[in-house]
Design a protein around this ligand. Structure first.
Ligand code: PMP
Length: 389
């Protein structure tokens, strides 16, 4: 039986640079000790107090269908958080609660792109981006942000391909590079969006993991609130990856249409998860800082180790839980280096090529294991790079 193009072409085919990851997983399954620095997931679980709130909500009976747009208390809490962080007036009517940021990425593209429309995104990119765009029937078009420009995209590069496109997806703080877009970068992007009448989808799921500089949401830039859809999530800020709770912030009319989409797709997010999320947000930024603290420490450890050698390069990450290491001095590409490191030292990192062409010759390291083990893995990686270069 024939399946739709949307589903059969979703991943685009060809090698996607994830072979090293699957090889590492197979080694682990076979009982080999592998140091895994691949996936962006905290090494802690969800805080016990959040789980207690979840339990109390479920025991209290919040286990039936919840309100499709999200329960009012959580929509209000998200709106208040966004307004406090950005200064942009935001109410519950600007908020749709979604099952995680990923479904928000899908819903926002579904809302703004018709079949065959071009949807722009920045390379290096989070692995699901092109597939998410294809899944709604649109055509993904990548714009490279170069290591030589610290992975900040150039407005002129976006402008050059923006004519006729419908949307632009950006992600700051960025997975996989850790770059945080500066005001100039964002203003340049905003100008291009206005000039070409593009929707701007702003993935801000790492907005609490900021090591250097300030996070600016493009929704706060002059004239942008009506064309920006912000994707947010509890996954990274509150170590709630498995709870699947995120949101979309946007103009009220768009949120209205997105609620209609949610009614016909997800039918909302479980009430006890939403109550736990609201409890977590009510704890304020103290809890957010506590959850981000291990990554801040490990980043400092890595910068110290990297400063004492000169084979492996790094654009110091300003945010998020990753390091994008430049291993071109070894003469290998990211995939070759990652495979060799796995064979030689049983350390698994992601080839930069898994995140697009702009990250070729790099490897992404997730800072998601205990400090001492992490520091030891970075030391070994540097020694290995020096040995083979
Ligand atoms: N955007 C980015 C950049 C991510 O790295 C992730 C998860 N790794 C997501 C969105 C989706 O996160 P979730 O669906 O868990 O909210």
């Amino acid at each position: 039986m024939k399946l739709s193009h949307r589903i059969t072409n979703l991943t685009g085919g060809g090698s996607d640079g994830w072979d090293v990851f699957y090889r590492a997983r197979a080694m682990i399954d076979a009982g080999e000790p592998v140091t895994e620095l691949t996936i962006g997931e905290h090494d802690i679980g969800t805080h016990a107090s959040i789980l207690e709130a979840m339990h109390a909500s479920a025991m209290g009976g919040h286990t039936g269908y919840a309100m499709v747009p999200g329960v009012d208390a959580l929509r209000d809490a998200v709106a208040a958080r966004v307004q406090a962080r950005t200064g942009v007036p935001t109410t519950r009517d600007n908020v749709l609660i979604t099952p995680g940021g990923q479904s928000a990425l899908f819903a926002t593209h579904h809302a703004v792109c018709d079949e065959g429309d071009t949807a722009l995104f920045i390379d290096p990119y989070y692995a699901t981006y092109p597939g998410t765009i294809r899944a709604v029937g649109a055509k993904p078009l990548a714009i490279q942000a170069h290591a030589t420009n610290a992975f900040q995209p150039l407005a002129s590069d976006i402008d050059a391909v923006a004519s006729g496109a419908r949307s632009l997806l950006i992600n700051s703080p960025n997975n996989p590079t850790g770059v945080v877009y500066g005001r100039d970068t964002l203003q340049g992007i905003a100008d291009v969006c206005i000039r070409h009448d593009l929707w701007l989808i702003s993935d801000e799921v790492y907005d609490t993991q900021l090591w250097d500089g300030t996070h600016i949401s493009p929704r706060a830039l002059p004239g942008m609130a009506d064309r920006v859809l912000v994707v947010g999530s509890m996954s990274k800020s509150h170590a709630m990856t498995g709870s699947r709770c995120g949101w979309i912030i946007g103009p009220q009319e768009v949120i209205g249409d997105l609620i209609n989409l949610a009614t016909h797709t997800t039918y909302g997010v479980p009430g006890y998860i939403q109550d736990a999320a609201r409890f977590a947000l009510d704890q304020g930024d103290g809890l957010e800082r506590e959850i981000a603290a291990p990554f801040r420490r490990r980043r400092a450890l890595a910068l110290d180790i990297l400063s004492r050698q000169n084979t492996v390069g790094l654009v110091p990450p300003q945010g998020a839980m990753y390091l994008m290491l430049d291993i071109r001095a070894t003469g290998l590409d990211g995939e070759g280096f990652a495979n060799a490191l796995l064979d030689e030292h049983r350390i698994a990192v992601m080839p930069g090529e898994s995140f697009g062409r702009a990250a070729a010759g790099h490897v992404r390291v997730a800072m998601t294991i205990a400090d001492a083990d992490f520091a030891s893995a970075i030391e070994k990686l540097c020694q290995f790079a020096a040995k083979i270069s």
